[in-house]
Design a protein around this ligand. Structure first.
Ligand SMILES: [Zn+2]
Ligand SMILES: [Zn+2]
Length: 316
């Protein structure tokens, strides 16, 4: 049985025009959050935006760390595997793109023969590659057929404070399969493979950062103030450059009270936010452990209430 959804999944679907123009148009004409004042461009996110009780370097560093790993997904095909009645089921078998968000978890390097989409059918595949695991919501990328039609944009941040020559290059990964799927929790993990040197070089820093972040979190021993509660969502609303919204956790009655593993919150979301990482902080949990859990944004039941998928993900 699929997750009971008391609202609307938040994938974005564009018309037939150029993607950037369609994205700009839906962003500018959005009725849910007209003006998007609460959506902070990720490059400008700073301590002033941090929720009360979390205005500390470590917490800000953690948000930026997750932000760097947040990606935009374009899923170019709707699989026949989607059950009748499930989102996009009416378009099964069609190349009807939808857009969402996700985040990079594991990156692993190997010396063997690459099996990315470019190398798979070649007699001389490249030697040396890395695998990258990307987490998102299942309703964004349903199965391997869809993963193989998924483009993943890294560093799509649109930093207006930098000259074009200084901006980090947007890098692309391509899915090869869904390695983990859970329909009850609305979770999907996409495996990507690449031999591209520019991506390998960039991702090599991820592992070092992960070790540093882990160490910092494990040694953090702050005593939490009472009654704090915060939620931060990082995503690509309407396919736009990365944005960050901040809010509070609310009772998760909107998920039907079926399980406590789902989180509900008032941090703003729009179409395109589905699958983006939700950081959950609450009183009594400001020790390293809550940082070890992230959940993908799943659906919105009201303008000011969203709900995540299940939370089996650990520190990424
Ligand atoms: Zn919007
Ligand atoms: Zn390759």
């Amino acid at each position: 049985m699929a997750l009971l959804v008391f609202g609307e999944y938040e994938c974005e679907v564009f018309g037939n025009g150029p993607v950037e123009a369609e994205s700009k148009n839906t962003w500018e004409n959005c009725e849910k959050h007209f003006g998007h004042a609460s959506f902070i461009p990720a490059p400008q996110f700073n301590m002033d935006h941090m929720p009360e009780g979390f205005k500390m370097d470590l917490h800000l560093h953690y948000v930026r760390y997750i932000s760097k790993r947040t990606v935009r997904l374009k899923v170019g095909y709707v699989s026949w595997g989607r059950p009748p009645g499930y989102t996009f089921a009416a378009s099964r078998g069609e190349k009807r793109p939808h857009w969402g968000s996700g985040w990079i978890n594991d990156v692993s390097y190997y010396d063997g023969l690459c099996f990315c989409q470019k190398c798979a059918d070649k007699p001389d595949p490249k030697i040396g590659y890395c695998t990258v695991k990307v987490h998102t919501a299942l309703h964004v990328v349903y199965d391997t057929e869809e993963a193989q039609n998924t483009e993943i944009d890294l560093f799509y941040d649109g930093d207006l404070t930098l000259k074009d020559s200084e901006k980090p290059k947007v890098l692309k990964l391509y899915g090869i399969r869904v390695s983990d799927a859970n329909i009850k929790r609305d979770l999907s993990t996409i495996m990507c493979v690449t031999h591209e040197k520019s991506i390998l070089n960039e991702l090599s820093t991820f592992q070092a950062e992960k070790r540093d972040m882990w160490k910092a979190l494990r040694t953090h021993a702050a005593t939490p103030p009472n009654n704090i509660n915060a939620c931060i969502i990082i995503s690509h609303p309407h396919g736009q450059p990365k944005k960050i919204t901040v809010g509070k956790l609310v009772n998760n009655l909107d998920s039907g009270g079926i399980a406590t593993m789902f989180e509900s919150y008032d941090a703003n979301t729009c179409r395109g936010c589905s699958g983006g990482p939700v950081i959950v902080w609450r009183a009594g949990e400001v020790n390293p452990d809550p940082y070890l859990v992230l959940a993908p944004h799943c659906f919105s039941s009201r303008k000011d209430c969203g709900t995540s998928g299940g939370r089996p993900f650990f520190f990424c």
